[in-house]
Write a protein that binds this ligand. Structure first.
Ligand SMILES: [Zn+2]
Length: 244
């Protein structure tokens, strides 16, 4: 049993009972974990209704005997109010939060992943509308591509994962380790070289440059590559990847 303080991003909040919320948190100190915020939905709660998805807060957490921590105190560090000002931002942020929820293992501290998710929310909270569905927003794909890397699922993108040959790379296989040259293409499935280049650009460049790294026509293919990596390593299918 221990009480500690940590910064956290709320990934998901589910109503529980009359006034409680069960939160999925990405904490800086202890990675992803679940916590109950008792009475959080009462108007008079000190925790208030503030702990909603996308909010970054400083939390006091208590670990008891169960799997779930208890939120003892909360002060919002960054509410990301801009997310609620536009539906497209909120939906795009939802895609990023869901990826973190599914791709990051429970209770494995990962400061890189934490700062990445926080940065993605900062940018999305001020993002102008982009063409296409929110799940194909370059910031969403950039955050997901980088998340794969910080989660240790790094696909090889700049050279053939099987024989080390350089570009052109024309296929992709997460099981083989990433991109494949035409000679090794039979190991994977065909993919446009532009999509591999876009994904490599998203990984290599700052998140704020996601728009430039990933031209619009490449976005569906990049989403597919991210999905292939997650499915191979985690058996995860992102709900947000389903057609809207
Ligand atoms: Zn090869």
């Amino acid at each position: 049993m221990a009480t500690y303080e940590t910064e956290a991003v709320v990934l998901r909040a589910i109503r529980y009972g009359e006034a409680d919320s069960v939160l999925a948190l990405l904490t800086l100190e202890r990675g992803r974990l679940s916590a109950i915020a008792k009475g959080a939905r009462r108007a008079t709660s000190r925790l208030g209704g503030r702990l909603q998805p996308g909010v970054r807060a400083h939390l006091g957490l208590h670990e008891g005997r169960g799997d779930m921590a208890t939120v003892r105190s909360a002060s919002v560090v960054e509410p990301h109010a801009g997310l609620w000002a536009a539906g497209h931002r909120l939906r795009a942020a939802g895609c990023v939060l869901e990826s973190a929820l599914r791709a990051l293992p429970e209770r494995e501290p990962n400061a890189g992943a934490y700062h990445l998710v926080a940065r993605a929310l900062d940018l999305l909270a001020a993002a102008p509308p982009a063409p296409g569905p929110p799940r194909l927003h370059p910031l969403v794909l950039g955050a997901q591509a980088k998340l794969i890397v910080v989660a240790g699922l790094l696909p090889r993108l700049g050279a053939c994962a099987s024989c080390e040959a350089g570009p052109p790379l024309t296929a992709f296989s997460p099981a083989a380790g990433g991109a494949l040259c035409p000679r090794c293409a039979g190991l994977g499935e065909p993919v446009a070289p532009a999509a591999l280049a876009a994904m490599a650009g998203l990984v290599a460049r700052p998140l704020a440059e996601a728009d430039a790294a990933c031209p619009g026509p490449a976005t569906p293919d990049v989403e597919r590559l991210v999905g292939l990596v997650l499915r191979e390593h985690l058996g995860v299918v992102l709900r947000s990847a389903a057609p809207l």
